[in-house]
Design a protein around this ligand. Structure first.
Ligand code: ME8
Length: 478
């Protein structure tokens, strides 16, 4: 039988500023899922990237006194260092300014939509919010300003190409209702069905090329160089262009359709309506699932510089290391709801889960093993418990982490209950058996930690193989 494949994507992030905790969250969840599928022997592909053909990037570059393309390289460099520090094991980082990798596929996709009769030209007038990179309506504004960005939108009148999204209302509804396109959690599925059910309207798919955009920014509309693709056919297309759709299609054949697009709740509508409609129009299979996670706040509030509650992932990484950050995000924030992080909560969780919890357990067991077992007593590898694999198959990442911590607690209890340090004095054989059983369960726990805490997983397994207590796995933070 052919190996099972697993293709996961993250959103492609805007490179107009450094990534924050929310982006770190999406990427960490994604990485945990991919590492799990890799661990159980599937053939995985993990895509992330950046959404570069945007006005807000051009504005940010000019503000920084840089040329846009040079500015992009710098910010994208910062993205990759954050991902490296977070141990994100992606296979490819796609950039939408990549003319070799991305543009041919975006162009082909556009042409397919044209062939289906779904692209038409129309005069358009609307209010454009640069912060959103989207047209907004009067209804969205507060005192004439965009409430999210505090800016007055521009009134724009122009010729655009439109996409016949309305045509796909029923087909999309059916795909979502039948779970052919699964939306997780259920509440997001219902939200999408309500939104799609109220009818989809055709949407603007291109914009006139801006005079101040440098060459190399914005995918040209095929056959009309005066227009560039506006968002959808450029940005959403990344999920297939990265696999070589429209150029070298080997990866595309191997990995498409995506097994899951991991996204935040802010971009649900694009992914649940526009993207499937484009794929239906182009005759491309739909992704299998969308995992829609909530938003992270700090102390119950949106992180903002003015409130002073911004938590920079790089600061936490420098102080606590990647495994601690990954574990907090995985265990203490539900992927299906909004979550909160504060420095205090982080420190408390670190001390309870890692320094006093896992770290202490490893020290207790390895102290016994080092003293009483011979080196080379290799543990047997037990299979994973179903509640662990089920949780991860269903994207219940925090639940899978809880399963591990439940076993950590039980194993701690097992030492207290069986007292191998006493048994060994009167009955060395029996004592050794007890200690070996402890190391065996510890080995399994280490394997279960693999997707969450790759470094710790390796350190514990090595300690067991070397039969040696590891130095300070997690130092207490006071
Ligand atoms: O929207 N909590 O890019 P973006 C949790 N380029 N996750 C958060 C978050 C928060 N507070 N803030 C952001 C874009 N995110 C487009 C996407 S995809 C084809 C194009 C995460 O840089 C979350 O995953 O604004 C959200 O969907 C994404 O970052 C938006 O990133």
């Amino acid at each position: 039988m052919a190996e099972k494949k697993f293709y996961l994507t993250t959103p492609i992030f805007y490179p107009n500023a450094k990534l924050h905790m929310g982006h770190a969250y999406t990427t960490t969840l994604s990485d945990i899922l991919v590492r799990y599928h890799r661990l159980v022997g599937e053939h995985t592909y993990f895509l992330t990237g950046s959404d570069e053909n945007t006005q807000k990037m051009v504005d940010a570059a000019r503000k920084a006194g840089k040329e846009p393309l040079e500015f992009l390289d710098e910010i994208v460099g910062q993205f990759s260092s954050l991902f490296k520090e977070l141990e994100i094991s992606y296979d490819q980082f796609i950039r939408t300014t990549d003319q070799k990798k991305h543009w041919p596929g975006a162009t082909l996709l556009w042409q397919k939509l044209v062939e289906s009769g779904d692209i038409y030209k129309k005069e358009y007038e609307g209010l454009y919010c640069v912060g959103h990179e989207a047209f907004v309506t009067e209804k969205d504004l507060v005192d004439g300003k965009c409430p999210d960005h505090g800016t007055v939108p521009e009134l724009i009148q122009e010729q655009n190409y439109f996409f016949r999204l309305s045509k796909y209302t029923d087909a999309i509804k059916e795909k979502i209702e039948s779970d052919e396109l699964r939306i997780v959690p259920e509440s997001r599925k219902n939200e999408t069905l309500a939104f799609v059910g109220s009818g989809l309207e055709d949407i603007s798919f291109s914009r006139p090329r801006k005079a101040d955009w440098p060459q190399g920014l914005g995918v040209p509309v095929p056959g009309d160089d005066g227009q560039v693709m506006y968002v959808w056919c450029d940005v959403l297309a990344n999920y297939i262009t990265a696999l070589g759709y429209g150029s070298d299609e080997q990866l595309y054949k191997e990995f498409w359709p995506a097994d899951v697009h991991v996204i935040g709740k802010d971009i649900l509508r694009f992914h649940a309506a526009i993207w499937p409609a484009m794929l239906l129009s182009a005759g491309v299979p739909l992704p299998k699932a969308l995992l829609v996670h909530g938003f992270i706040t700090s102390g119950g509030k949106k992180m903002s510089k003015t409130l002073g509650n911004v938590i920079d992932p790089q600061e936490l990484l420098a102080e606590y290391g990647s495994d601690a950050v990954r574990m907090f995000l995985a265990r203490h924030i539900s992927p299906f709801e909004d979550g909160d992080i504060t420095r205090e909560a982080f420190k408390d969780a670190y001390n309870a889960d890692l320094a006093n919890g896992l770290g202490n357990l490893v020290a207790r067991i390895m102290q016994l093993a080092q003293t009483h077992l011979e080196k080379g007593t290799r543990p047997e590898v037990a299979p994973f418990a179903k509640e662990y694999t089920d949780a991860l198959e269903n994207f219940e990442i925090n639940k899978a982490a809880d399963v591990i911590w439940e076993r950590i607690k039980l194993l701690d209890q097992q030492i207290t209950d069986t007292q191998p340090f006493k048994v060994i004095k009167n009955n060395p054989e029996e004592g050794k058996k007890l200690i070996l059983a402890l190391t065996q369960e510890l080995y399994l726990i280490a394997r279960m930690l693999n997707p969450f805490m790759p470094e710790t997983n390796a350190k514990i397994k090595q300690a067991i193989i070397d039969n040696k207590k590891p130095e300070n796995l997690f130092a207490r933070k006071d």
